[in-house]
Design a protein around this ligand. Structure first.
Ligand SMILES: *[C@@H]1O[C@H](CO)[C@@H](O)[C@H](O)[C@H]1NC(C)=O
Ligand SMILES: *[C@@H]1O[C@H](CO)[C@@H](O)[C@H](O)[C@H]1NC(C)=O
Length: 224
């Protein structure tokens, strides 16, 4: 009983000494999953019209394999999910811009992709007619938040005869289908994590007035 405090104190000193010298407490700059865009004037809504936007509802973590975060690597990844580059013959509207709070301000999307129905490049043309999943890609790489994270606006569209717009509930459905595909993509190991508090639930400020549940899914993708 009497010796117990002394023994505990030694244990604490030992732990402190270890933590002070342990290399695992050192961190590389910008080696983070992403930086919250709203902390520096950005938004998890892109700009589709002067006042409305689409939700950036999936983030590919900056801690993913570097190969996945490059344009070419991302294309390989989404090909494994079943997306393809757009069908060039069908008008898809203007590019949208996003401010990821990284010091670049509003920047146009890097890539726009549509779902491939297993028949490249005709597959993405079919998607434009039949409706399907659709995504826009923005990269967080500005001078004040150079994380390399990819912010995606994912949605499910109606077919072209319905005016080629987002389905009712199309943002949440598109996100969930993309995440489901990502978790099953062969050649990759993907971990998904829900994040709330980045995007307000509801339809305020959202293009087409389509409400979302406010969940942003963070995916950490490593090449298997
Ligand atoms: C985005 O692209 C459009 C059309 O090409 C262009 O008019 C606009 O200036 C661009 N916006 C930004 C923020 O670069
Ligand atoms: C993540 O959010 C989606 C959409 O709200 C939900 O369907 C799913 O169950 C959530 N997953 C976890 C692990 O909480």
């Amino acid at each position: 009983m009497v010796r117990l405090p002394f023994v505990s104190l030694l244990g604490l000193q030992g732990a402190l000494a270890l933590s002070t010298f342990s290399p695992r407490f050192k961190r590389e700059a910008d080696a983070v999953p992403f930086v919250n865009p709203t902390l520096a004037g950005g938004s998890l809504l892109d700009r589709a019209t002067p006042t409305l936007g689409e939700p950036l509802n999936v983030i590919i973590s900056g801690l993913s394999s570097p190969g996945v975060l490059s344009d070419a690597g991302f294309l390989t990844f989404v090909n494994a999910i079943g997306f393809a580059t757009e069908c060039l013959g069908i008008h898809i509207g203007d590019p949208q811009a996003a401010n990821l709070g990284d010091g670049h301000g509003y920047v146009n999307q890097t890539i726009e992709l549509r779902q491939d129905f297993g028949n490249v490049p005709v597959g993405s043309c079919l998607e434009s007619l039949a409706g399907g999943n659709h995504l826009r890609l923005f990269r967080q790489n500005g001078p004040t938040a150079n994380t390399g994270a990819l912010f995606l606006a994912v949605s499910q569209e109606e077919n072209v005869f319905e005016g080629h717009t987002i389905s009712p509930d199309g943002y949440d459905i598109g996100r969930d289908k993309f995440v489901q595909g990502a978790l099953g993509a062969s050649g990759f190991h993907t971990v998904a994590q829900n994040i709330t508090g980045l995007l307000a639930p509801g339809s305020t400020g959202i293009n087409h007035g389509i409400a979302t549940d406010g969940v942003v899914v963070l995916l950490t993708v490593t090449t298997a």
